[in-house]
Design a protein around this ligand. Structure first.
Ligand code: NAI
Ligand code: SOE
Length: 384
């Protein structure tokens, strides 16, 4: 069988998970990593047993062995690095959000399509088997007409004023933080499940912690910090966002996001209320979905390969009762993406299960409209 050679740019939190997921596919060899500098690149290559290390991303892209490149760097580097990957004619898998705004995302989409490359964006939550199953149930008409859609994505990793990360600063993360960082996943889920576009939004965003204390100490686990070990920085990105939405079939919805809700870690949940029944799914318990009825007892459907829609059985490894989750959703994104790479000639222009740059651009349009709505205090139609 044909094997594919891949390079990973950026090996922080998610870059290392990409390496792990690729190894599980079995037909992809991670042959190179690139990092912000030579020393870090060498360290990561050695930690993960990867043959080549580059302190400059362009050198990885130029490596003639590398056929596919993953961009796992912070948001402000996506346009620059993705453009370089595409210009080198290599297939590309980028982290989300695709661009810092819809103009950046549109440039990348246009370029990748022009060069006929296989492009993917890591909106991985859509690749949970039960999300794919729910999508097929809705397509088959089980839910009936989509009437309402609602949910949230809550986290607490920015709860303390001393919590700091590049995502907080708009020059690295983008004009919006909680919405662009995690609201983007919710919107992708909503559109994937219903097959309907979000057409209009009305948003209220707020920065609950207006000044944060950024540590001057770079050591990861240093303890007993003094007040003078921190510098105060004003915050211009939102901790919270609440968004009313309208879908293209006229259905109404609402979602809210927070990165300061103590106890909530990765609480991404969505409910779709249809004219026959309701579906609810929460990624922290991603192996089961709730089905709600008016005139019969509600049920929980536990992920069981034999009972899933045949179209999504390929995304399941273990029998029911053997939990699969977040790591598996990324593996599934990559499995679907690399199947398209293997058959690149026939997969261009087809709508796959994984998210493409087209989806990345679409979500950027929604995120931009949410910011505009908040600034103007009114409903904003999504400009696509
Ligand atoms: P991180 O800060 O943990 O890692 C970023 C890495 O990029 C670091 O190792 C850094 O040294 C490296 N880097 C910075 N500049 C570079 C350069 N010029 N060349 C090569 N490497 C460079 O960030 P994290 O959390 O891994 O996020 C990265 C991206 O992935 C973001 O866009 C984020 O939105 C996305 N993400 C997506 C997730 C998902 O579930 N789909 C999960 C986590 C992050
Ligand atoms: C931080 O909020 C983060 O890592 C996001 O960047 C990811 O996209 C999300 O999946 C998990 O949380």
């Amino acid at each position: 069988m044909k094997r594919i050679k891949t390079g990973i740019i950026g090996t922080g939190f998610v870059g290392t998970v990409h390496i792990d997921a690729l190894r599980r596919l079995g037909f992809v060899d991670v042959v190179a990593v690139a990092e912000a500098n030579e020393e870090l690149a060498q360290k990561k290559a050695s930690d993960f047993f990867i043959p080549r290390a580059y302190g400059n991303y362009q050198d990885l892209i130029n490596d003639p062995d590398v056929q596919v490149v993953h961009n796992c760097t912070p948001n402000h580097l996506h346009l620059e690095i993705n453009t370089a990957i595409i210009q080198a004619g290599k297939h590309i898998f980028s982290e989300k959000p695709l661009g810092m705004n819809r103009f950046e995302s549109s440039k990348m989409l246009e370029l990748a399509e022009k060069r006929q490359l296989v492009h993917g964006v890591n909106f991985n939550y859509r690749m949970y088997p039960l999300v794919q199953d729910m999508k097929h149930r809705i397509q088959k008409g089980e839910l009936g007409k989509v009437n309402l859609i609602h949910g949230s994505y809550l986290q607490d990793w920015l709860f303390y004023e001393t919590d700091y990360n590049w995502r907080i600063e708009p020059k690295y993360g983008g004009a919006t933080r909680a919405i662009g960082d995690i609201g983007s996943h919710w919107c992708d889920l909503a559109q994937t499940l219903t097959g309907l576009k979000i057409t209009e939004v009305f948003a209220n965003l707020s920065t609950v912690i207006p000044v944060r204390k950024k540590s001057k100490i770079v050591e990861t686990f240093s303890e007993n910090r003094e007040p003078t070990d921190y510098e105060e920085i004003p915050i211009h990105s939102e901790d919270w966002g609440a968004v009313l939405i309208r879908l293209e079939n006229g259905a109404s919805g609402v979602f809210y996001v927070s990165q300061i809700s103590a106890g909530r870690k990765c609480y991404l949940n969505i409910e779709i209320d249809g004219s026959n029944q309701s579906f609810y799914w929460n990624q922290e318990e991603g192996d089961r979905m709730w089905i709600g009825y008016r005139n019969q007892p509600n049920t929980y459907f536990m992920r069981d390969p034999n009972q899933l829609d045949p179209k999504c059985r390929g995304y399941v490894l273990a029998p029911g009762g053997h939990p699969e989750g977040w790591l598996d959703s990324l593996k599934n994104s990559l499995l679907a993406y690399y199947r398209a790479v293997l058959d690149a000639k026939n997969s261009i222009n087809k709508k796959p299960d994984y998210a493409t740059f087209q989806d990345g651009y679409d979500i950027s349009c929604i995120v931009d409209a949410i910011v505009e709505s908040h600034q103007k205090g009114k409903w904003v139609k999504i400009a696509r």
